[in-house]
Design a protein around this ligand. Structure first.
Ligand code: ADP
Length: 360
């Protein structure tokens, strides 16, 4: 039972004499039993962070603690952590049983029969009990992934670290394994840090998500908080599909203006921008409403450019103004909208997000 703390953790690499800051003073406290997803674009420092927790990289500055105990100065094997890799990293010459036993034989002095029991119980839990005699080469990708998970689970660690563990699976299996992994994690109650570049995966799996960009933690929040109250423009653009629409606007009293359109703010909202000359106005595609005419407040005459089907919804790309500013609205799939059509689009004030124009 332990929480995991990263306390102003930084990692510097030396790249031909110049310093690369891979992780910049990252601080987060992961509760005992919590599922934290570390998410961000490629190269933002996710793997490096995970590898520092695992002890595969040294920490340049800061501390990592498990409960009250400092762990960043301990060798990997003394950290009570099990890691699951994207590549599965199974031993090809060993059977499934051998692969799962291996971690335990190394890390405990359990009797052989007890190890057998633990391996069999775990294999049962993962639905791979009938595969114990096979070698990794005789398994599908999904089955190999379960073995890799099994090997981590049998060790009964304080912390699971998972580095894009589902990215080699096809889409259907991936979504099935997401649910299963979540269920397992909850059942086992083991503190978990899960790395992915996929915001959908982060949004559906994490108790909380930690969004990283350029080595810096942008926000640590529940998926809903990050979606509804993004800390900055980066988070706003990263979370949500299709991405949030952004418009760069000048602030003129109670109105935001640019070359294409103006947007009048209520007194309450205006307070939030009173100190700024320029802001970024953001609105999520799902919050843009297609309405019958352009007479109402915050409503604009637009032309449909392209309609892109997305399952039971459509992404409707709209353009307006002399400079053909484009933005996207998602609407129910039953609604008939076609390219070239003229439609009125409303951007409701209770759905807008305002960001510092300088912040990104
Ligand atoms: P992510 O997992 O988010 O894709 P990484 O943690 O792998 O990102 O990398 C973060 C940054 O650190 C990148 O700019 C990467 O090039 C750099 N980096 C990672 N490992 C090394 C290394 N061993 N030497 C130099 N730079 C590295």
């Amino acid at each position: 039972m332990a929480d995991l703390t990263l306390d102003r953790v930084s990692k510097f690499f030396d790249d031909d004499g110049s310093r690369v800051v891979a992780v910049d003073e990252a601080s987060v406290n992961i509760d005992d039993g919590e599922f934290l997803v570390l998410v961000g674009p490629s190269g933002c420092g996710k793997s490096t962070t995970l590898r520092m927790i695992a002890g595969l990289e040294t920490v340049s500055e800061g501390e990592i603690r498990l409960g009250d105990d400092r762990m960043d100065n301990r060798p990997p094997r003394d950290r009570d952590i099990a890691m699951v890799f994207q590549s599965y990293a199974l031993y090809p010459h060993m059977t499934v049983r051998g692969n799962m036993r291996f971690g335990l034989e190394e890390s405990t002095d359990m009797a052989d029969e007890t190890i057998d029991d633990v391996v069999e119980e775990t294999a049962e839990m993962l639905g791979i009990a009938d595969l114990l005699g096979r070698k990794p080469g005789e398994l599908s990708g999904g089955q190999q992934q379960r073995v890799a998970l099994g090997r981590a689970i049998v060790r009964d660690p304080e912390v699971f670290l998972m580095d894009e563990p589902l990215s080699n699976l096809d889409a259907k299996l991936r979504s099935q394994m997401r649910t299963e992994l979540q269920r397992l994690q909850e059942e086992l109650g083991v503190t978990t840090v899960y790395v992915t570049h996929d915001q959908t995966e982060a949004m559906t799996m994490g108790d909380r998500i930690a969004i990283l960009n350029d080595g810096e933690l942008q926000q640590v929040a529940t998926p809903l908080e990050a979606y509804h109250r993004p800390a900055n423009r980066f988070v706003a653009g990263f979370i949500g599909e299709p991405s949030m629409n952004f418009f760069e606007m000048d602030v003129r009293g109670d109105t935001l203006v640019n070359d294409t359109f103006s947007y009048r703010l209520s007194a309450e909202t205006q307070e939030a921008v009173a100190e700024s000359d320029r802001v970024t106005l953001g609105v999520r595609p799902e919050d843009v409403e297609l309405v019958s005419d352009a007479d109402g407040d915050h409503t604009y005459q637009t032309a449909v450019d392209v309609v892109e089907p997305m399952g039971n919804e459509n992404a409707v790309y709209l353009e307006f103004g002399a400079d053909h500013t484009t933005f996207v609205a998602t609407v129910g799939g039953m609604r008939r909208v076609e390219g070239g059509q003229s439609v009125a689009a409303r951007i409701p004030e209770d759905a807008i997000h305002l960001f510092d124009a300088q912040s990104g």
